[in-house]
Design a protein around this ligand. Structure first.
Ligand code: KIV
Ligand code: ZN
Length: 498
């Protein structure tokens, strides 16, 4: 029978350690709820002794999350453990994650100590934590570079002291998959009480092997994996949740399963990217913009005939609405036809031939052929299409103590219409005024603001993705006024289907 692999998400702790990615408590609760809907088993949400903000977030997440287990990190220090236990007071199911460095380098330079003393400190911390809570995970920091014989002694001692889970972190991302798998296997075979605890992987991605190391750990006996959404984390990041979950799901020959609701993966990826202001690299496995995009003619034709020709995952399975058939000079007629049909234009074979010739000429000079270009090719005036809806005027009132309000004037097909609306911020207010004017059901799926340089006088680039009647539309704008850029990008997206 397939075995369950527990998903321990540390986006809110290890992931949040990325400089510039810090979230406030409200954002952390939003993400924790979304991770709960994704059905992760454990949410590690902070290091309570490190700051009042972290303490408060663990308290509030504990109050708001009911299904997933809430975990708080500590060092092997009694005060850390006291503070973590207090922060977890409201958790329905709580866990303290305590630990200490076990590699010779950590023992010598970080702790100025010796191997025996480190085992004593580890055991003392686990026993102390077990007096506060019945679920205690121990981490052997830098286990990746720890001597296996010594690591086995540490693991045996902390399990005897009451650890329910033992985490074997490759803290520096140094291990190769083979080596990490052997390490887990060595522990499974050489720690007499290993069956009393769950062994967990925690791999960093410094050499780009975090996912491979994690899977190798699972194949050799680990039953919990520590991961983050989009693989975010310090330096090159942590193991990415989506990569591990989809590997276990899509490789039917591996006898493992997780409880993750994979259709929530893309949504969580967008949420993390937006909240943490960290764009996902386009070619990122599973969640990158190009992860399901096919650009060569042969591949496009194959996918349009049968998705499985070049796709091992149905994009719908991870919550992506469709695979993207990119239009480049290498695209074939099948891809072009697909795009025209998406725009509601059905061409006869002769018309398609004609359009294809023009398309190839354009694609040779233009890297990215967009919807407006396609309309021009078949004689629909692009400018007219683009001009159907334009932002003419925008005024917002916002600031501390005031209710954000926005007045928007749009030129819709030559007619000037005005609306005023409030919102939970100036952008929300302006978007809601635009929605009133266009009178369509529009859901904002993605909203990303990026600075071009770093100064406060910088130009903000805004990407918006909206959903209307099951289709997604992108809009873009750039302006030194990011509220104007946001509304222009929103209107740009809407103009694609109005
Ligand atoms: O990478 C690491 O070793 C860690 C531990 C604190 C679990 O994040
Ligand atoms: Zn880590």
């Amino acid at each position: 029978m397939d075995q369950k692999i527990y998903i321990f998400d540390t986006t809110l702790r290890d992931g949040e350690q990325v400089p510039g990615c810090q979230l406030n408590t409200i954002e952390k609760i939003e993400l924790a709820k979304s991770l709960e809907a994704l059905k992760v088993d454990i949410i590690e949400c902070g290091f309570p002794v490190s700051s009042p903000g972290d303490f408060n977030s663990v308290v509030e997440i504990s109050k708001n999350v009911t299904e997933a287990r809430i975990c708080a990190l500590t060092r092997a220090v009694e005060n850390d453990i006291d503070v973590a236990a207090e922060a977890l007071h409201y958790a329905k199911k709580g866990r303290i994650h305590t630990g200490i460095g076990t590699s010779d380098s950590h023992i010598r330079y970080k702790f100025n100590s010796n191997r025996e003393e480190i085992i004593e400190r580890a055991v003392k911390a686990v026993k102390y934590a077990r007096n506060k809570i019945d679920d205690v995970e121990f981490y052997a920091e830098d286990a990746g570079r720890t001597d296996n014989e010594y690591l086995a002694r540490v693991v045996e001692a902390v399990i005897a002291a009451g650890a329910t889970v033992v985490n074997i972190p490759d803290t520096t991302g140094y291990c190769t998959p083979w080596e990490y798998g052997e390490k887990i296997k060595f522990l499974m075979n050489n720690v007499p009480n290993i069956d009393k605890a769950i062994i967990s992987t925690h791999c960093h991605n410094d050499l780009g092997m975090a996912t491979a190391n994690t899977i190798s750990g699972v194949m050799n006996g680990a039953r919990q994996v520590e991961v983050t959404i989009n693989g975010i984390g310090e330096r090159a990041g942590n193991t990415s949740l989506e990569e591990v979950v989809m590997t276990l799901k899509c490789r039917k020959d591996l006898p493992f399963y997780t409880d993750i609701d994979a259709r929530q993966i893309y949504k969580n990826s967008r949420l993390v990217s937006t909240l943490m202001r960290m764009p996902v690299q386009p070619n990122k496995a599973i969640v990158g913009r190009n992860a399901f995009a096919h650009s060569s003619g042969i591949h496009q034709d194959g996918v349009l005939k049968n998705r499985e020709s070049y796709e091992i995952i149905d994009p719908m399975d991870v919550g992506v609405n469709d695979s993207v058939i990119a239009l480049t000079a290498r695209s074939g007629r099948a891809a072009l036809k697909h795009h025209y049909e998406r725009l509601g234009i059905h061409l006869s074979p002769e018309e398609l031939d004609h359009a294809y010739e023009k398309f190839l000429l354009l694609a040779d000079t233009k890297k990215d052929v967009n919807d407006s270009d396609l309309l021009i090719i078949v004689g629909v005036n692009r400018n007219e299409a683009a001009r159907k809806i334009r932002l003419k005027f925008l005024q917002v009132i916002s600031g501390k103590g005031s209710v954000p309000m926005a007045t928007v004037k749009l030129n819709i097909d030559g007619e000037i219409c005005t609306a005023t609306s409030s919102g939970n911020g100036p952008i929300d207010a302006a978007f809601s005024a635009v929605k009133q004017l266009v009178n369509r059901k529009i859901v904002v799926e993605e909203f990303l603001v990026q600075a071009i340089t770093r100064g406060s006088n910088d130009v903000g680039k805004v990407h918006v993705q909206v959903e209307n009647r099951g289709n997604l539309y992108y809009g873009f704008s750039a302006n030194t006024d990011i509220i104007t850029a946001s509304v222009e990008a929103f209107v740009d997206a809407i103009s694609k289907f109005i």
